[in-house]
Design a protein. Structure first.
Length: 94
């Protein structure tokens, strides 16, 4: 399978907005390609990243994804030389 860069067709400023009009199947096709590309750089399994996307953003359609461009539900602050992870507003209301 040839993996092309799906970022080429996404708006630069608000990429999460493209998921709003997609079916879950279409969203999985796009995020699957993005996760496979990222896996080569980060070493994080594409299946794990894709599952995180689906769970946290409801296929990119959640309020957090659409309003904050955050499809993975993580909020972090860099303090000195480490990251402090906080749960997202979405997770806190579950």
């Amino acid at each position: 399978m040839i993996i092309t860069n799906p970022y080429d067709n996404l708006p630069a400023e608000y990429p999460a907005a493209v998921f709003n009009d997609m079916s879950p199947e279409q969203a999985v096709d796009v995020i699957g390609n993005l996760c496979r590309i990222d896996m080569k750089a980060s070493g994080i399994l594409a299946s794990v990243s894709a599952a995180q996307f689906i769970l946290e953003s409801d296929f990119g359609k959640s309020e957090l994804a659409q309003n904050s461009n955050n499809c993975f539900g993580m909020i972090y602050i860099v303090q000195a030389f480490f990251k402090v992870w906080k749960i997202s507003k979405q997770e806190a209301t579950k």
